[in-house]
Design a protein around this ligand. Structure first.
Ligand code: GLC
Length: 618
């Protein structure tokens, strides 16, 4: 894939839904949160290309670590900070996890006293943390060095930190860095560069400091004196840093993103930076929290470097940090989902960061450890299908599929029947076996035209996720043409389940087969590739949930029609749109939809889009 031809026109768009604050201000909506027009900076490319950030340079050091990230696939995210002390409760009322300061509008002075001031993780033990990551089969750890509450979890010159503020006198980041180094575990840190609720100039705190977005000069002073300074500390004092994970770029300018990038690079030329640094900076794209995709995305690959996207989930519920209600849960019923998430993400070209939220004393609850251990156990047997694996050769895999030269791995969750069918692989299958079966007993299978059917005897069916290996004749699987075909009656179906879209800020719901948060950015395109045999005029039937306020465009190469969701917010309905669209010539066409205005106002953030049907007009 040629990067230049595919991603010729870059566009950076600051988009409009200030969702975090909207959802965080249920108790006290302010004028500013309603009108705010700043959120993540999302980039789209050209007319139909998308899903690519304007990535920072891939130097040889970056390439080396990027290759490792691609092979590693799986890392531990840790949200740990003074919020753990409050455990999801403020003044006897239920509060958020790591967002509790903002959501309960806790004044800085109170938070300092009740959260930060009491926070002494006496039982923090770096060895235990690294054990947990290692047993889970994770290859790197990303710890929140400073979250939105502004508290640094390491010994910093800024006195609001774990070493100095409470007199804890231990640098847990140093302890972790040393342990990681000794154990060959890679280390990264999360840093909230933009929001800092402790500082007058940091974004986010309007209950102490009046506004969410700060005057430029005040933000700039905070940014240089605290954020950049701390990134310099973090990149000089803790050895090799694998990754820096920035977050929520609300008001950061291009120049400031550049400055931060330079600060990282100066001391850690190999450190991978995620795209939430803002303004298109960063080396790999990050989905929205818990984001998934309907299709394989290689949008960020270069010709000679596979650049994965990344998504993250938490084994805790109700947020990323510790709460008594969300972080002590027995989630054994969900183990198979966590494992399958990993399979699905890797199968679609991504890497997975799975989060734990330690208790205020620094220990990670057993229930959380059990969740990730279950993945580790599974990986010990099935790791071949994950580590270093390429995504599915089929762009729209019906279940999680990964591949390696000469092999295709089918990941089947909770296998109950003894027959698995797959359509679309054309390469001749020489042998099929269950990966967990060390004797590699050949499975009975048939292969006709494009359909492969494998029989798995009951005794070989694995708990949670069974991986079936297909050894194929070709190094890289040959597949059918996945271009959408026009139906015999002339209908053209454009379901979201068969589209491609940008990773960030959109997610896909596998059960309902709808988008989640599509439409919040006017440059968020969804793309279908269709082979049109009968050109002509088509009426359009849409299926979505939203009201009149949401308007979007459907385009082909020679026509564009304006569509309207026209329905009831939250209710998926099919309706015929006014107007028609023309397709002048037969052949392969790209169909795209783009929002005309950000969807949030017309959909209250719950907009779901299921797809379109184009029906020929007689
Ligand atoms: C969001 C939240 C934050 C969390 C992060 C994890 O951006 O603001 O609390 O750290 O997602 O991905």
């Amino acid at each position: 894939m040629n990067r230049n031809s595919m991603f010729s026109k870059w566009k950076l768009v600051a988009i409009g839904a200030f969702c975090f604050f909207q959802s965080s201000c249920q108790n006290r909506p302010s004028k500013e949160t309603e009108d705010a027009t700043i959120d993540y900076v999302t980039e789209t490319v050209g007319d139909v290309d998308f899903g690519k950030t304007n990535m920072s340079a891939y130097t040889p050091e970056i390439r080396e670590n990027m290759k490792e990230l691609y092979d590693d696939k799986f890392g531990l995210f840790v949200h740990f900070g003074p919020y753990a002390q409050l455990a999801g409760e403020w003044q006897g009322k239920k509060g958020a996890a790591e967002w509790i300061m903002r959501r309960s509008f806790i004044p800085v002075s109170e938070y300092e006293k009740e959260a930060a001031g009491k926070f002494k993780p006496e039982k923090f033990n770096a060895k235990e943390w690294v054990d947990i990551a290692e047993n889970a089969g994770m290859k790197f750890i990303v710890l929140t060095a400073k979250h939105h509450d502004g508290f640094a979890m390491y010994k910093s010159k800024n006195p609001y930190n774990l070493f100095d503020f409470t007199g804890f006198n231990r640098d847990i980041l140093k302890e972790l860095a040393e342990e990681c180094k000794e154990r060959g575990m890679k280390l990264g840190f999360y840093y909230s560069q933009d929001q800092d609720w402790h500082e007058k100039g940091g974004a986010g705190n309007d209950w102490d400091f009046g506004t969410v977005i700060k005057p430029e000069d005040e933000f700039d002073a905070y940014f240089k004196e605290k954020a950049v300074m701390q990134i310099k500390e973090l990149t000089t004092n803790y050895g090799d840093i694998f990754m820096v994970w920035f977050d929520t770029p609300f008001q950061i300018t291009d120049e400031q993103s550049q400055m931060m990038m330079d600060a990282v690079k100066e001391n850690q030329p190999g450190a991978l930076v995620n795209a939430r640094l803002g303004n298109g900076y960063g080396h790999f794209d990050v989905s929205i929290d818990n984001g998934t995709t309907p299709s394989v995305s290689k949008a960020t690959w270069l010709t000679d470097l596979k650049v994965p996207w990344q998504t993250h989930e938490s084994v805790t519920k109700d947020g990323w940090g510790y709460t008594t209600r969300g972080a002590e849960l027995d989630r054994s019923g969900d183990y198979s989902d966590f494992i399958y998430s990993l399979c699905r993400i890797v199968g679609n070209g991504g890497v997975y960061l799975l989060n734990v939220g330690p208790r205020p004393d620094g220990t990670i609850p057993e229930s959380q450890v059990n969740s990730i251990n279950a993945i580790g156990e599974w990986l010990k047997v099935n790791g071949e299908a994950i580590y270093g694996a390429d995504p599915s050769p089929l762009k729209f895999p019906p279940f999680a599929i990964t591949s390696k030269p000469g092999k295709v791995y089918l990941h089947i969750q909770n296998l109950k029947e003894n027959q698995v069918e797959l359509k679309g692989i054309l390469s001749k299958v020489n042998k099929a076996y269950v990966l967990a079966d060390t004797s590699k007993q050949p499975l009975t299978f048939s292969q006709e035209n494009e359909k492969i059917s494998v029989t798995i005897p009951e005794e070989l069916q694995q708990p949670r996720v069974t991986v079936i290996v297909l050894e194929i004749e070709d190094n890289e699987a040959k597949i059918v043409d996945e271009t959408i075909q026009q139906e015999a009656d002339g209908t053209i179906k454009l379901p979201v389940s068969k589209c491609e879209f940008s990773i960030r800020r959109i997610s896909y719901d596998y059960d309902e087969q709808v988008t989640h948060r599509w439409g919040e950015n006017t440059k968020q395109g969804l793309l279908w590739t269709v082979n049109v045999k009968k050109p002509g005029t088509y009426k359009v039937i849409s299926e979505d949930s939203g009201n009149d306020g949401f308007v979007y465009y459907l385009s082909t190469s020679n026509d564009t029609i304006t569509l309207n969701s026209k329905g009831v917010i939250g209710k998926l309905t099919k309706k015929q749109q006014t107007g028609t669209i023309k397709i002048e010539e037969a052949g392969v066409h790209k169909f795209t939809v783009y929002p005309k205005v950000p969807a949030s106002k017309a959909t209250k953030g719950s907009y779901k889009f299921k797809g379109l049907e184009l029906v020929p007009v007689e």
